[in-house]
Design a protein around this ligand. Sequence first.
Ligand code: FAD
Length: 310
Amino acid sequence: PFDVLVVGGGPAGAAAAVYAARKGIRTGLLAERLGGQVNDTLAIENYPSVLQTEGPKMAAALEAQVRHYEVDVMNGQRAVALRPAAQPDGWIGVEVEGGATLRARSVVLATGARWRNLNVPGEAEYKNRGVAYCPHCDGPLFKGKRVAVIGGGNSGVEAAIDLAGIVAHVTLLEFAEQLKADAVLVSKLKSLPNVTILTQAQTLAILGDGQRVTGLRFRDRASGAEHELALEGVFVQIGLVPNTEWLDGVVARNRFGEIEIDAACHTSVPGVFAAGDCTTAPYKQIVVAAGEGAKAALSAFDFLIRTPAP
Ligand code: FAD
């Protein structure tokens, strides 16, 4: 059994495990894939003290740091159910795919999120070679170039406004007849000189030359006509889905599926804390996730010193 069991091995889970282990308490870390989304990132240029690094390098560094401490690392394993303790000082159970149940006095949920894909030809092929998901991360890589943003909700319109200040031209494509973003964002977007807004535009394919993105093809749903746009980048902004389906009905989540937490990372379940992209904490970034992971572990420690052992 563990004092703290961390579920998830991205920046949030890794930070939580390091903070917990350094308290000298029995710490476990269960993860499907150590490193999390960081593995899928090419250049990382916005982590304090690190001028530039690559995703797989940072993922390996996260793992090395976790393994430097006494953390029981269970990689390649998936949690499928959480069982809250019967009373506050009881054991919390985390069921792992295959049937085993791990017991812990406290749990930190750090299962992250995944970007919703368009699922059109070219998207997977050109990921990190022109196809991007995070404007804060990859926007500067497209300085002076032409990009498209796909999705006219708040995140798509925010991305287009953000990118318009960096790139030469932004085309925003929305499938529906109208943008779904807040009116204040839409009017800001419409005021920008280097932005074109296309509604009723269905993206059919992302085009490339074998090396990088060169354009995209879309159908004008009003006329049925197909068109091509020449550009260097495509930002897909059709949703970020938290990996929290397995917590349905057990831990309170908002309508997006994010685990509801307070400022100290408490969830609705006593002894269960959460951190990073799987939570309601705003701004899904590595530095934010790592900070939240540290907070969650410290809150778990605070819980442990106030709660009698089972
Ligand atoms: P994640 O990194 O998503 O990690 C989640 C962990 O939980 C993984 O180990 C996963 O395997 C595990 N897991 C999930 N479900 C289960 C389960 N049921 N059981 C067990 N384990 C489970 N941010 C930046 O700050 N800078 C960047 O340059 C940057 N670029 C990015 C580029 C791309 C292509 C992407 C996709 C994201 C980028 N981000 C960037 C965002 C950043 O990667 C995330 O904000 C960050 O990784 C979130 O950390 P996390 O620990 O909360 O979750």
